[in-house]
Structure formats: C-alpha cells, structure tokens
Design a protein. Structure first.
Length: 273
C-alpha cells in the first residue's frame, strides 16, 4: 500500500500547477500590461499619477515551481524610467525558496456562484518560514474551468500571534464573455479584499484562462480605516503570447519592443506642437 499522505501531496502539487495562472503554460509564455495609478493627498485630491508598463515572461516551469522575468517601465510626469529586470521564482501556493508547504483536504463543500451550486473540495494550505506563517483555506472545484472559487489567507509571524495581513478572494461570476484584444473569450470576475495595517484594498479582476498570468483587467481602490481614499488604479492587457518554448528569444523580443516604445515616447516629448 502506498503512503496516503504522499499520494495526496502529489495530487495537490499536480493539481495546483494545472490550475495556476502561469503553471499551465510553457516557457516563453508572456504578457504585457499597462497600469495607471492615482495617489491621493489628505484632502482627497490627486497628489500624483503614474503609468506602468510591464513585460512578464515565463522562463521556467516544472511540477514544483515556476520562474518569471519581469521588465518594468514607469512614466511619471512625462518622464519614463526603466527598472532593473527582476526574476521571481515561487511555488504554486505562493511559497518561495526555503518555505515549506503542507496541504490537507478537509472534505466536500458547496459553493454558490451566480445562482449555481458548485460541488467543491476544501483544502487547507499552511506555508511556514522562520519568521512567517501563512494559513490558507481554499474551495476548489475540478468541475469548472476556474478551479479555485474562494481563498482566505491569514499571514502572521511564526507563532501566529501578530497578523501581518489578511486576503479574501472570491469568484463573482464564471464564463462571462469579454473582449480580449481582438476576440471574445470566456472570463471570470474575481473580487479580492486585502487588509494590511489600517488600510484596505479592494480589487475587481477579470481573468481569462487563455492568457498567461490570467488577469486581463482590474480596478483597485485602497482606503484607510476612516474610509479616506488613498490610491486607485486600473490595469489593461496590451498583448500576450502563449509561449513557443524559447523564453530567451521572447525576452529579447520584449526588450526590443520596450526600447522602441521608449524611443517613440521621447520623440513625442521632444516634438514642438
């Protein structure tokens, strides 16, 4: 007889990759997004605005984790800045190197979305690090394309006493038609409430399974504990590719596009109207 815990853990790992926004794609998959942000002053006026464009490329993926390369350009007051490219490697529950993950199945549950009752399973995920403990409860269903229907996360210190943040994610609607670039595709609407310190950020996302990284649009609003608006932002998908298995060529192509974009921006800035 095989070890039941090991079998369950293997199933959880394979399932987590299959339903992950990046894990289900091949190396070379990429997306380009544009985020516009307004930061408010104490009187509720706009203190600053910025536009951020980023290329994200999937450079490696396996059953344990995945690696992303992120290139970012920020436009503030007409001036464009390029950040140093970042490489991020993490597992399918958000764990990073040196953190351990335990997954337990807690049994069946029904989740109601848009008047439809969806049979699901409850999973408890615990991520441990020397100074961190993250406890997640997820409702997962293999009967719908968007498998993770709800997720509640509580991040604390290692002893579970000091709360660093909480995050609640829920799917609001499934299989909603949405224009994604030039085609109409099925999408899901997802609400996230993230609380950290005295601030609360509420995000409504539109996610498409056919787009690497999932998110094709979002609207975000962040307030303090007195209801004062601190920040708001929108995200839009600019372009994407499912990947051809050559992440290095994809990254080089992205860099050329970013450089052309920056040149056009500088030309516009130097033009006399």
């Amino acid at each position: 007889m095989c070890c039941s815990f090991a079998c369950l853990q293997l199933w959880a790992d394979e399932s987590a990759r299959a339903r992950h926004q990046w894990g289900r794609f091949s190396p070379g998959a990429w997306k380009r997004v544009r985020i516009q942000t307004e930061t408010m002053d104490e009187r509720g006026g706009v203190a600053s605005t910025s536009t951020t464009e980023s290329f994200t490329t999937l450079t490696d993926v396996n059953d344990a984790d995945y690696t992303l390369r992120i290139e970012v350009q920020v436009d503030v007051k007409g001036k464009r800045f390029s950040a140093q490219p970042q490489t991020i490697r993490q597992g399918y529950y958000g764990e990073t190197e040196g953190q351990t993950v335990t997954v337990r199945n807690l049994g069946p549950v029904s989740v109601l979305i848009g008047g439809q009752t969806i049979p699901s399973e409850t999973q408890e995920v615990t991520i441990l690090a020397p100074n961190l403990r993250r406890q997640m409860t997820m409702q997962v269903s293999e009967r719908v394309p968007f498998a993770v229907l709800k997720r509640d996360c509580r991040a604390t210190d290692a002893e579970g006493k000091q709360v660093n943040y909480t995050t609640a994610v829920e799917v609001l609607a499934l299989q909603m038609p949405q224009k994604v670039l030039s085609e109409i595709r099925d999408t899901s609407y997802v609400k996230t409430v993230h609380k950290q310190g005295k601030n609360t950020a509420i995000t409504i996302e539109i996610e498409c399974l056919e787009v690497p990284g999932g998110v094709i649009a979002h609207s975000l609003r962040e307030e303090d504990d007195k209801g004062r608006l601190l920040r708001k932002s929108t995200l839009e998908l600019v372009d994407f590719g499912p990947g051809a298995g050559n992440a290095e060529e994809t990254t080089a192509s992205h860099r050329r596009i970013l450089n052309r974009s920056r040149t056009r921006s500088n030309d516009r800035g130097n033009r006399t109207e």
